[in-house]
Write a new protein. Sequence first.
Length: 202
Amino acid sequence: MQMLLSSQINTRHTQIEQVQPMVKSHRESSDFDQISSIPIEIGNPMFNQVLSMAFSPDGKWLAIAVSHGAICLYELDHSILVYTFKEGHQKAVYGVDFHPTKSWLASGGEDGLVCLWDISNKKLLYTFSGHSACVKSVVFHPNQKWLASGSHDGTVSIWDTENHKLIHHFQEVAKGEIWNILFNPKGEWLVGVNNDQIHVWN
């Protein structure tokens, strides 16, 4: 056991020595220079923890969810705060996602709510309710009108964003909290993860 561990350590050191010149070369080329920094200055700094972020599909917007219930919308070309959505959630916002084609933004919060926003008109379109605990993740289907939400109550919900209806509610799919959900690029599969399991739905 000890000899095997020693052998693995020596091998790792050799690999690191081989990689180091490559890392130095990349640093000298400055391919990854920092463009700008975005300060989060909204309300009390004690509650301004960033909990989630999402880029818009066109790369123009960055949505930042913070711990006191707000969503900050930044315009990236100039690194400026364009708008702050405040009226939807009463507690921390844990998940945000942009619609693939429309100017919509979805959010999920500690209050168990899922909010749908219009970023062009800067307004709340609709609030979905149905979870009994914090919504940790929200994700739009890539080519349908569906929005999925995963919650700490161990459930996953599928919402119709046009008719504002619940399409399906996966009851107690996990013994623990759902931490994250994700559609595959074609929208054929929905994956959810909790503390020790990965769930896949067709």
